[in-house]
Design a protein around this ligand. Sequence first.
Ligand code: URA
Ligand code: SF4
Length: 247
Amino acid sequence: MTSGERLALDAPAQAPASRAAALEAIAAEVRTCTRCRLHAGRTRAVPGEGHPDTEVVFVGEGPGMNEDRQGRPFVGRAGDLLVRFLATIGWRREEVFITNVVKCRPPDNRDPEPDEVAACLPYLQRQLQILDPALVVTLGRHSMGRFIPGARITQAHGTLHPVDPTTGATSAMVYAMYHPAAALRAPEVERQSYDDATGIPAALLEARRRRTTASAVAGAPATAEAFPTPPPDAGPVDPALDAPTFF
Ligand code: URA
Ligand code: SF4
């Protein structure tokens, strides 16, 4: 790709109704969820939103004050910055899917506790199983820790890695970025984040290429239907996902 050229996201105008319905079923569960203590302090849960048939899923940490009020992800200042990052590559937030590791706001924006993360992760797993993205973009180190265990954000930002299928994204690559809130606090992180955003289209092209190769080898394309949504009480999260990586 030459710079300035927009990489079109490969999503049909009309998403399969079944995928949208499956995502809405998860959202409905999240809105009434009481699986962890974070439900007690929330105004509204924030399941996530976006194009049901997108190739790219952005995963933040958890809702902040504005998200908690509106029930939508990344609608405050960090969200505005995320939208500007997307604009630099010609994408709109409606074209991707945006969600978080935990769906309810931690009090005073503290980091989510490991047991809260563990309680909420099945929702993210199921969203990823349904969306079956080619690319997961992690926003911040907590989200990155779910997808690239042991990585350090200062080294991993702007780099592409295979995703462990137990995350729910069964044939995806992950691209790490700093959290936009960190970029709001530090001009150098903001500058670096714009740079990293510029790398997203190339990351998607590489993720698509690997996926095509992998499905050709397996002899069948990876489809959302191949990974049915587990029932609500689908048992514990993979133990490997239980301990988030905090840096
Ligand atoms: N920060 C996050 O991690 N997620 C949001 O939805 C908003 C701010
Ligand atoms: Fe349920 Fe997740 Fe909210 Fe906890 S954070 S109450 S697990 S939706």
